[in-house]
Design a protein around this ligand. Structure first.
Ligand SMILES: O=C(O)[C@H](O)CO
Length: 351
């Protein structure tokens, strides 16, 4: 069911296009496959553009791989989300018409960039529009973890709340602390800006190289990876998942961290060695961890990390506000349309 603007634009659920004349008129428009039900702002942009005929997997669940491989055949563009692996197999299935892949995410570890580059396919992604939302959630997760909020509500609800006790449910505070950022980018800066009013003493960061322009905005000091581990009372992981960062948060890092340290990850699960993290948390090597991302996702409910009181796990919701998800879908749609017109995309990933 291939659709474009006009009458079909009004339909929330995309209906089969059965009008013959309409089919003829559409046949010259570029074909786009949208791999998930995207928020309304992005969908409206596609519908109203009159520039593409598109089909959407109209569900909150991921499109089955075989269906995806079938649907992308002959497409000029794909608008995807982070659960779809855009790899050689998929690009082969799509065929030579494919010009643009637009992902509704800032992360791009689900895209085989080499394969895309080899085929001259342009890639759009959605940085910036989610920065505030992700930073806000990171702060919430940090506080929930360090002040043991999940444990505390559980105790209150289940009868564990006895008399007021001097050290019961004590946690760690931000005032006078050192906050470390692993991978300083827009999101790391936004997190630091939000944490500063909590009277953080010092911000430190590490990255492949110093990033003075960003660091100056939050007066953060560049340190080595080891120093980041040693000095941080709170460590926020903000780096992209790449070959270089895969599993970078492992025993080597945790074993150098302070006993009172809180580890927070809102980037990608793949940067963490979860067995090592479990060991560090269960033996009291570090005080706690807050994870918005895991490997795999969803993390199976029987996973050992779920048994730990000092590990707060969220189901990858850092960018989950209505405003942000709509902004992401709108940007993804605009990237796609600009790419198909052969124009610069609002946010294009340089391959
Ligand atoms: O990569 C992204 O955009 C985020 O992880 C989704 O919130």
């Amino acid at each position: 069911m291939w659709c474009s603007r006009t009458a079909l634009g009004r339909l929330r659920r995309i209906a089969p296009c059965t009008v013959t004349g309409f089919h003829r008129a559409m046949s010259t428009l570029p074909k786009v496959y949208v791999t998930r039900k995207v928020p309304p702002d992005g969908l409206d942009i596609l519908r109203k553009s009159g520039q593409v005929q598109f089909e959407m997997w109209d569900s909150d669940e991921p499109v089955p791989r075989l269906e995806l491989l079938k649907k992308v055949k002959g497409c000029d563009g794909i608008l995807c989300v982070l659960t779809e692996k855009i790899d050689a197999q998929l690009l082969e299935a799509a065929g030579p018409n494919l010009k643009v892949v637009s992902t509704m995410s800032v992360g791009f570890d689900h895209l085989s960039l080499d394969e895309l580059k080899k085929r001259g396919i342009r890639v759009g992604y959605t940085p910036d529009v989610l920065t505030d939302c992700v930073a806000e959630l990171t702060v919430a997760l940090l506080l929930a973890t360090s002040r043991r909020l999940i444990e505390a509500t559980h105790e209150a609800k289940t009868g564990g709340w006895g008399t007021w006790r001097t050290l019961w449910l004590c946690g760690h505070e931000l005032a006078n602390s050192t906050v470390g950022i692993l991978g300083l980018g827009r999101i790391g800066v936004a997190i630091a800006e939000r944490l500063k009013p909590f009277k953080v003493k010092k911000f430190i960061y590490t990255d492949v190289a110093p990033r003075p322009e960003l660091a100056n905005m939050i007066e953060a000091e560049y340190v080595s990876f080891d120093e980041l581990a040693k000095q941080s009372d709170f460590l926020a992981v903000c780096c992209a998942l790449t070959q270089e960062t895969h599993g970078i948060c492992n025993w080597n890092l945790f074993s150098k961290m302070k006993k009172n340290a809180i580890f927070i990850n809102t980037s990608r699960g793949g940067v963490v060695n979860q067995e090592d993290l479990y060991e560090a948390l269960s033996t009291g090597l570090i005080a706690g961890a807050g994870l918005d991302v895991t490997t795999p996702e969803p993390l199976p409910t029987h996973h050992p990390l779920f048994t730990l009181k000092n590990c707060v796990i969220l189901p990858h919701i850092a960018s989950a506000s209505y405003t942000t998800r709509n902004a992401m879908s709108a940007l993804a749609a605009n990237n796609l349309l600009a790419g198909l017109r052969g124009e610069p995309m609002p946010k294009e990933l340089k391959l």
